[in-house]
Design a protein around this ligand. Structure first.
Ligand SMILES: [Mn+2]
Length: 379
């Protein structure tokens, strides 16, 4: 009979023979999985899906909001979270949007991002893309919070870009409710003058503050449904701007639409996609903004609630995620100087993370549009 001692010995030698070499967990920048198989990948560290702290697409975190006089690592395209949701008229929760979109982008990584449709990798086009974290915004006073966001944009876009021959870093904001687009447009105006806005949304968001806000106070009038009216009043946007995906009702028979036109917008409705197809929508958007610098704002509620339930003011009858991504990617070649994805309120998402996955891929497409077309600052 085998003694317990010899049984232990037998087990120990079996364990030794089965020993595997564990990959290192320290002393490396990026844990590696996979193999470099071509010359493009040879230089790269392959980022692990879950390691370190969650930045968008595992991009390097840079303290872009350090003191203006302080030098930080250079960048060309900056991801900035704007955790602000006290400008909403319906469900709150978009203050958690930046965290949600980063979580949705956890499977995106710079090295594993060769696009099957274009054969390109947006992260490897010569621009340095970084995550600046979230702007510190008070949640107790909208006026102060929006001023803080103005300042955050000023500091981040005010640094010298990394890319030679290109002098102003471009910012992609993760909202936040849609009011957060206003500080972004103030910032792009400072660098590029008035721009055309391509506004993907189910709502027009040019509402007169007297209509949406009720003229109660100036404070109440600055909200997620009026910011484009205010942007127009401040002269930040051109009258060659355009909405896409509109389907929400107006507050009156004529005034809202007349006001919308006066704010510089034309409209492509959600159902225009059925009429024109994705290529038709792309052509109309490009035609409208031709010859101008462009800001793209994506309210995630442009998608149907079946594709993006986690939003504050959901409207049925919207676009699919594939349709939106096809249209965004089709805008290749425009001079995109700033962009955002807003109104993502993760608390209403489902266990499959439908909304944040979509929002993250939208951000990926926006990075690709920026990377495809360098834009110089006004000289
Ligand atoms: Mn909106």
């Amino acid at each position: 009979m085998l003694s317990s001692w010899s049984l232990l010995l037998a087990l120990a030698s079996y364990a030794v023979s089965r020993e595997i070499t564990f990959p290192p967990v320290a002393g490396i920048q990026h844990p590696i999985y996979g193999f470099a198989v071509d010359e493009d990948a040879a230089e790269l560290d392959i980022t692990m899906m879950m390691s370190g702290i969650t930045t968008f697409a595992h991009l390097p975190y840079v303290h872009c909001l350090a003191n203006e006089s302080e030098d930080v690592e250079k960048y060309d395209i900056a991801i900035l979270g704007a955790p602000f949701d006290t400008g909403v008229t319906a469900r709150p929760g978009a203050r958690f949007g930046p965290t949600g979109v980063r979580q949705g982008g956890i499977r995106i990584g710079a090295e594993f991002s060769w696009n099957v449709y274009t054969g390109r990798n947006a992260f490897l086009e010569g621009f340095r893309v970084v995550d600046c974290g979230d702007a510190p915004l008070t949640f107790l006073d909208n006026t102060i919070a929006l001023k803080q966001l103005d300042k955050a944009h000023k500091v981040i876009s005010g640094r010298k870009a990394n890319h030679t021959g290109y002098t102003v870093p471009r910012i992609i904001t993760l909202g936040g409710d849609h009011t957060t687009t206003l500080p972004a447009l103030r910032s792009t105006y400072h660098h590029w003058g008035a721009v055309s806005v391509i506004h993907f949304d189910s709502h027009i968001d040019t509402w007169d503050p007297e209509v949406l806000g009720g003229g109660l106070s100036h404070y109440a009038g600055v909200n997620h449904g009026t910011f484009l009216h205010i942007a127009h009043e401040e002269g930040l946007i051109k009258n060659t701007s355009i909405h896409a995906g509109i389907r929400a009702p107006m507050a009156n028979k004529k005034y809202d639409l007349k006001n919308d036109k006066a704010c510089g917008f034309s409209i492509l409705t959600a159902r225009d996609l059925d009429k024109f197809g994705t290529q038709g929508i792309i052509d109309k958007l490009k035609e409208r903004v031709a010859g101008s610098k462009v800001y793209i704002s994506v309210d995630i509620d442009v998608l149907d609630p079946s594709y993006a339930p986690a939003t504050g003011t959901a409207e049925v009858g919207g676009w699919t995620t594939r349709e939106l991504l096809t249209i965004l990617d089709g805008l290749d070649g425009i001079e995109l100087i700033g962009a955002d994805v807003v109104e993502v309120a993760p608390i209403y998402d489902n266990p499959g993370e439908t909304t944040v996955l979509a929002a993250a891929e939208v951000v990926h497409s926006l990075i690709a549009l920026m990377a495809a077309t360098p834009v110089n600052a006004l000289s």
